[in-house]
Design a protein around this ligand. Structure first.
Ligand SMILES: Nc1nc2c(ncn2[C@@H]2O[C@H](COP(=O)(O)OP(=O)(O)O)[C@@H](O)[C@H]2O)c(=O)[nH]1
Ligand SMILES: [Mg+2]
Length: 322
C-alpha cells in the first residue's frame, strides 16, 4: 500500500535530518508523527518513528545523567564540513577562528589558553563551514583525545607561526605527530597521502621578521609552500576559499515540482555525487521512487531531464519527480 506522504511530512523529516541536537531531533520526530497521514500504508513508518523517538529520548536522558561520559574531544559536526585546527601554542589558532567566524574565543599571548576544542561557524557563500579550535600540541606533548578529533575531521588547518625562528621546528613537530599517529600518511616515495586532507598556513606574516623566517624555512624545505596569512589581513578571504575547497563538496538546491527552487538552504554533497545520491540525502525512499530528474545549471539546457547517475555540479538545481 503506498504511503502517500505529504510535503509537510517531508519538511518535518528534513528538519530531523538537519537536526544537530537531541532536543531538535525529538522536536522534529514529534512533528513527523503529528503530520504523517494516519492510514494502513503508513503504519510501519509510524512505528519506526515512535521507536526512533523513544531511542533519542533515552539517549538524551543518558547524556544528561552521565555527564562524566561526556567527551569534549568528540565534536559534533555541523554545516558543510568540519575543519579542525592544529598547531603549536601561540601560533594563532584561536585568533584565526575568531577572525573567520563569529565565535568569541580566548586569545592570549601566553600558551595553553585553549584547554578543550571550541567551535565557530565560518560563513562561506550561502553555507557554513565549522571550524574547531583546539588545545595546542607539541611533538612531545599531545593532549589526550586530540588525535581522535583530528581523525574525525573532514579536513585539518595546520597553523605555523612564522613570527618566530622556531617555525621550522613547529612544522616538523606537527607533521611528525600527525604521521606518527596516522592522521596523515607518507607513501614509500615520501609523498604525503592524507586520509584527512589538510592545508598549512604561515600565520603572523605581518610580523617584521616573518618574511625572513619563511625564507629560511623554504630553503630547508623546498616543497613548503604555505598560504601566508595574518589574523587581521585580507588573505583571510583567500583562506576561506581554500578551506571550503579542501572539503571537496558541492551545493545543490532542491526544486519541488511546480514551485521555485529553495535557494536559501543548499544541500551539501561530496564532489562527484549523482542525482541518486542527492535523492538519497533528501529521503531514503526516494531512490526507489525516483522516476525522472530535471537539472538546471550544469546541464546543456535548463530543466533538462537527466539519468540517475548524472554527476551534479556546484550550484545545480534539481527537481526530482517521483
Ligand atoms: N602579529 C600577529 N600576532 C598574532 C596573529 N595572530 C595571533 N597573534 C597573537 O599571537 C598570540 C597567540 O594567539 P592565540 O590565537 O591565542 O594562539 P593559539 O594559542 O594558537 O590559540 C596572541 O597574542 C595573538 O594576539 C597575527 O596574525 N599577527
Ligand atoms: Mg588557543
Amino acid at each position: 500500500m503506498p504511503a502517500n506522504l505529504t510535503p509537510q511530512y517531508y519538511e518535518a523529516e528534513e528538519k530531523y535530518r538537519r537536526a544537530s541536537s537531541p532536543e531538535e531531533r525529538i522536536q522534529a520526530l514529534e512533528e513527523m508523527l503529528a503530520v504523517i497521514p494516519k492510514h494502513k500504508g503508513t503504519e510501519k513508518l509510524q512505528g519506526d518513528i515512535k521507536k526512533k523517538l523513544a531511542k533519542v529520548r533515552e539517549e538524551g536522558k543518558k547524556k544528561k545523567s552521565a555527564s562524566k561520559g561526556y567527551d569534549p574531544f568528540g565534536v559534533e559536526k555541523q554545516g558543510a564540513g568540519q575543519i579542525v585546527l592544529a598547531g603549536y601554542p601561540n601560533s594563532g589558532k584561536s585568533s584565526l577562528v575568531t577572525s573567520l567566524t563569529r565565535a568569541k574565543l580566548k586569545v592570549a599571548d601566553y600558551p595553553y589558553t585553549t584547554a578543550i576544542p571550541a567551535t565557530g561557524m565560518m560563513p562561506y557563500k550561502d553555507t557554513w563551514v565549522q571550524l574547531v579550535d583546539t588545545p595546542p600540541l607539541m611533538e612531545d606533548n599531545v593532549p589526550p583525545g586530540l588525535i581522535g578529533t583530528f581523525k574525525e575531521a573532514d579536513a585539518l588547518l595546520i597553523v605555523i607561526d612564522v613570527s618566530t625562528a622556531e617555525c621550522l621546528e613547529q612544522m616538523e613537530g606537527v607533521m611528525k605527530v600527525l604521521q606518527d599517529r596516522e592522521v596523515i600518511d607518507l607513501s614509500e616515495e615520501g609523498e604525503i597521502i592524507a586520509p584527512v586532507p589538510f592545508l598549512v598556513v604561515a600565520n603572523k606574516i605581518d610580523h617584521p621578521e616573518a618574511e625572513e623566517n619563511l625564507e629560511v624555512m623554504q630553503e630547508l624545505m623546498p616543497d613548503f609552500d604555505p598560504l601566508t596569512v595574518s589574523t587581521d589581513n585580507s588573505s583571510l578571504e583567500e583562506l576561506k576559499e581554500k578551506l571550503y575547497k579542501l572539503l571537496d563538496v558541492i551545493r545543490v538546491y532542491g526544486k519541488p515540482a511546480d514551485r521555485p527552487a529553495d535557494m536559501e538552504r543548499p544541500f551539501i554533497l561530496k564532489r562527484g555525487s549523482t542525482v541518486l545520491d542527492f535523492a538519497e540525502q533528501i529521503h531514503k525512499d526516494f531512490p526507489d521512487q525516483l522516476k525522472n530528474a530535471l537539472v538546471w545549471g550544469s546541464s546543456k539546457f535548463d530543466g533538462q531531464p537527466v539519468a540517475r547517475d548524472y554527476i551534479l555540479a556546484d550550484g545545480d538545481i534539481v527537481e526530482l519527480q517521483l
